[in-house]
Each structure stands twice: as structure tokens, then as C-alpha cells.
Write a protein that binds this ligand. Structure first.
Ligand code: GDP
Length: 327
């Protein structure tokens, strides 16, 4: 499904019961709040809309538990008309039957009224659970939702499940998968990254949304546990986030820098860097104001290789600006 939004940004809506973790998730992913500080967050009330400096937009929707959903809340083209995916957050550490009932009602309503909206269920706060309890809970939740769907005749509803926590990378991995489904150019991006990797003997390449550390694509080689972490950690080290906000600063003639190039991609300010990290080399290059390419390589890397990579990444960037304008 393509993004319905005018500007092509995927629109996400975070839903779920109070205290399920919605504000925490958005603060950790989009505002760099340390997970331990989410304890002191105010809970969300009703709809909070965010437009972040990112390739995506999202809103948080707190479920008013006491009202009848079938009424106004869902009768709202304005609320759901532009949404591409609903992320439903369930607190796996809490008694979850009420949450499942609410989720099931929502899924059925969405299926009948907005069948193209992906429903992405985050079975959340799994950090506190034993391995056994965690997988039993996960299976139980999936079963209860799927039973409801198939009873209603929706066997192929676009509903998926993830185990998440703000205390590790699982929340970023899950968001990445949710976003990737909404990017129609994904297969092209993946094959571009595949050829970049094979041309330069790169082990793993990620195209990151810099602010959120969600990756919108990676090459199709199997992902090593830890490679996401190494690469996303590198963003914090080398990219000054305030620069993302400042990228559009006016140039001398009074225009913003973006206006100087047709596609908003310019080389002037883009950061390119390569460093040794433990046994690996990391290469980072900013692609545009939201995106950075990060590559993970083995020990044999050297300055000659950097020249090769610079060249190939240039080619990649060129191709990207053609297939992915306006990012
Ligand atoms: P909201 O009402 O859905 O916005 O929920 P909040 O974001 O206010 O979160 C409620 C509580 O859950 C807070 O005390 C958070 O610290 C806690 N919380 C959120 N995410 C996680 C998580 O992944 N693991 C754990 N253990 N606690 C979490």
C-alpha cells in the first residue's frame, strides 16, 4: 500500500490503553529520551499529533476506555483517512484481556472501514518477562487476535505482531519493519544496497532515518545480531542532531539551501566519515536532511577502500535521488 499522505511521508498512529507505553515509545524513538526517564512522563490524552523531522509522521491516540468505540472515535475520516499504519501497543506485563478486546474491536472496525491500514501490534514491555512467559504471552495474544479475525471472515487482514521494549533495540527494529512495508521503493533500495555491498565488500549497509534511528532499508544479507546496534550507535557519535534541524538554513542570497538543488540533495554540507570501531570499520555518509547511509566492514579496510566506497556511494546517492525524491 502506498502512502496516502500528500507529501509521501508514511503516517503512523500509535494506539493503545493508558499506561501501555505510547508516550514512552515516542519519546525514546523520536526525542532521544533515555528509557529510564519515561517513568516521569505525563500520559497522553486523546490525540497528540507530531510532525517530526523525519521521513515519517505520526500521531498518538489514547483510547478513552470508558466511551463506546463504535461511536465517534472511529467515525472519523479525518482521524484515519490519512493513516497508513496503526501501531497498537499492549502492555505485556499487565493483565491484557481488556487490551485484547479493545484491539479486536479496533481491528474489526478498521477492516470494515479502512481495510488498507496495516495494524502492527507491539507486545510491549517484554524486558521484564522470563523467556518462557514472554513467548507464551506472545503466542496467546496472536492466537486471540487471529481467532477473532477468522471468525469474522478476515483471514488475510494486514495484522502483524512484534515483541518490543524501550530498553533495547527491539523498539527500533519493530518500527523499521513497520516503515519498510510503507515504502513502495523498498525492493529498488534493497537491490541498490546489495550492489553497493558487493562492489565494495561491505558486510552490512543500512539507510537510516537519522533522527529516529529507524532504518528504512538494508541490504538483503542476513542481519547479524549487533550490527544494527553498532551502526545506529555510530549515528550518535558522529551526527550532530541539531544539524538536522538546521539543514535548511538560509544561504547568502536569502534562499534556503534546499532550493538551490532540484531534489533537495546537496553535497555541500553532507558529512562523510570512516572510522575503526573494535574489529570493524564504519562508514557514514549523510544522504539528505533525513537520511544517512551507514556501512559496516571488516578489518581489511583502508584509505584506498574509502576512495572506492566514496565513489560507489556517490553512485548510490545519485540513484536514490531519482527514485526517492522529496525525502
Ligand atoms: P501511555 O499512557 O500509553 O503513554 O504510557 P506511558 O508512556 O506513560 O508509559 C507508562 C509506563 O510504562 C511508564 O512508567 C514507562 O516508564 C513504562 N514503560 C514504557 N515502555 C516500557 C518498556 O518497554 N518496558 C518497561 N519495563 N516499562 C515501560
Amino acid at each position: 500500500p502506498n502512502s496516502r499522505a500528500q507529501d509521501g511521508k508514511p503516517r503512523l498512529m500509535l494506539m493503545g490503553q493508558k499506561r501501555s507505553g505510547k508516550s514512552s515509545i515516542s519519546s525514546v524513538v523520536f526525542h532521544k529520551l533515555p528509557p529510564s526517564e519515561t517513568l516521569y512522563l505525563e500520559t497522553t490524552t486523546h490525540i497528540t499529533k507530531y510532525s517530526v523531522h523525519s521521513i515519517l509522521d505520526f500521531a498518538i491516540y489514547d483510547l478513552p476506555g470508558h466511551i463506546n468505540y463504535l461511536d465517534d472515535a472511529y467515525d472519523d475520516e479525518a482521524t484515519f483517512g490519512e493513516v497508513d499504519a496503526v501501531i497498537w501497543v499492549i502492555d505485556a506485563q499487565d493483565e491484557y484481556l481488556d487490551a485484547i478486546n479493545a484491539l479486536n474491536r479496533t481491528v474489526l472496525i478498521l477492516q470494515s472501514r479502512f481495510p488498507t491500514i496495516n495494524v502492527e501490534v507491539f507486545v510491549h514491555k517484554v524486558d521484564g518477562l522470563s523467556e518462557d512467559y514472554k513467548s507464551d504471552t506472545f503466542r496467546d495474544i496472536i492466537q486471540r487476535v487471529q481467532d477473532e479475525l477468522s471468525d469474522a471472515g478476515y483471514d488475510n487482514a494486514p495484522v502483524s505482531f512484534y515483541q518490543t521494549s524501550i530498553f533495547d533495540d527491539s523498539i527500533f527494529e519493530a518500527f523499521s519493519k513497520v516503515i519498510q512495508k510503507l515504502i513502495p521503493q523498498l525492493p529498488t533500495l534493497e537491490s541498490l544496497l546489495n550492489s553497493l555491498c558487493s562492489n565494495c565488500r561491505i558486510e552490512k549497509a543500512y539507510l537510516f532515518d537519522v533522527l529516529s534511528k529507524i532504518y528504512i532499508a538494508t541490504d538483503t544479507s542476513p542481519t547479524d545480531i549487533g550490527s544494527y546496534e553498532i551502526c545506529s550507535g555510530y549515528i550518535d557519535v558522529v551526527v550532530d542532531i541539531s544539524e538536522i534541524y538546521g539543514w535548511d538554513r538560509p544561504t547568502e542570497n536569502g534562499h534556503t539551501a534546499d532550493e538551490d538543488t532540484e531534489d533537495g540533495m546537496q553535497d555541500g554540507e553532507s558529512l562523510i566519515t570512516m572510522e575503526k570501531k573494535g574489529n570493524n570499520y564504519l562508514y557514514l555518509r549523510e544522504i539528505n536532511k533525513y537520511l544517512a547511509l551507514i556501512c559496516l566492514m571488516g578489518e581489511d579496510s583502508n584509505s584506498e577502500k574509502k576512495v572506492l566506497i566514496d565513489y560507489n556511494v556517490g553512485v548510490f546517492k545519485e540513484a536514490l535521488s531519482k527514485i526517492f525524491p522529496g525525502a
